[in-house]
Design a protein around this ligand. Sequence first.
Ligand code: GAP
Length: 490
Amino acid sequence: MATTDAALDHPNHRFKALIAHAQAYGFIYPSSEIYDGLQSIYDYGPYGVALKRNLQNFWWQSMTQLHPNIVGIDAAIMMHPTTWQASGHIDGFTDPMVDNKDSKKRYRVDTLVEEYAMQWAAQGQPAQAKALMSEMEAYLETGNLPGLDQLLQTFAIPCPLSKTVNWTPVRQFNLMFSTQVGAQDDATTLYLRPETAQGIFVNFLNVQKTARMKIPFGIAQIGKAFRNEIVARQFTFRMREFEQMEMQFFIQPGTETKWFDYWQTTRTAWYSSLGINPEQINLHPHKQLAHYATAAVDIEYAFPFGFKEVEGIHSRTDFDLRSHADYAKKKLQYFDPDWQRSYIPYVIETSVGLDRLVLMLLSNGLVKTRHPTDATRTYLKLPPPLAPIKAAIFPLVKKDGLAEKALALFHQLKYDCPLIYEETPSIGKRYTRQDLIGTPYCITIDYQTLEDETVTVRERDSMAQHRMPIAAIADYLHTNTSIKSLLARL
Ligand code: GAP
């Protein structure tokens, strides 16, 4: 029996192994790698993009297909610049930053302080660590930058590189990327959207009227977002260009608590449907709220570097629609036939980072086991409906008509799902290669196939093998690998 090896399980090793695996097996590469990469920007390889698309489809279908009152849109990345004034991002989408004059390195103050507090806690001084954190949180909440300056000096928080406390004054740094559109002397400054949500708010009336939606209803969107993150680390966890899957749910004012609870429950169940152990998930209510929210909960996953946010659920009141109505001087209201009056709807938002979900699935799925014989086995335990390749088809050997028979099966099944066909190297090595990219089933055509039209199906996780008639394979793959099988768990 295989056992998990404690040394292989050390969080630092696990995370390094995960990054190396993602790169070596075609999931994620540093962007522009031939030029030594671009910090915090990544490209997806053949298996990474397939995993990402499958996740997108699952999220999209679970939102728009399972909820008849949720519809989708695809808004542009560049929006009218006033959008970001109305949304509060020009004034409020900032992080307090500080530079160390000796190392010339820039830090987000909250990250710098948090890491220092964690060191204290690890060194057996939890009370001091707690005091430091609560003082910082008080300053952050009130936007007290001189308070933060003082905090860095009082607690003598050093730069991790230069080890000095020679800090510049703390200042706010806006996270939006800007770009120029139009002829140079007459150019307009636009922003790359830092969240997809605003594309939904500005289209609220278009969608409500043209799709004849009645409150409560939702609008879902998947798309790129951009943030000039200063502390960009932990692989694809914090990127400058990333993808969000957001849904704004428009409701009657006064019903926000009910719907906030509903979406917490619904979204938590979505993670269970992916086979994530409930102990790996944490619901973290926010103390510090974004400028638009009156309540917020993070869904956190136990990454090797700790419990971290993958999704946020936010109660946004009528902040965004009301503000757009003011700036655009348009009525963004809904006439409620039940209430017989018009109002600006309230909003509950669910917002998940697609790249973080991919990282979560890789993290959760990368299994390394050690056998009593001391041989290690690595495989990627992805939910079969999300696996990049659903099945690999192998002839046991190339000769004696086995390759032709295997190819015929490949061409018969290729209309149903993504497959791989391989004739070499040895069957054991072919199995290993599929294990590493998470292919749930390997189907082998051998000499017995020529006699009785059966094949061997080998399962990735258990390595169990069983024979099955060729005629049953299409149904078997559909039952076990379609998105429908995941949706049915919700
Ligand atoms: N519309 C609300 C909003 O954007 P957020 O908590 O700032 O809220 C939502 O972001 C989700 O987007 C996060 O839970 C995370 O999964 C993802 N996300 C945010 N910043 C990210 C970054 N720099 N890199 C990767 N994903 C990010």
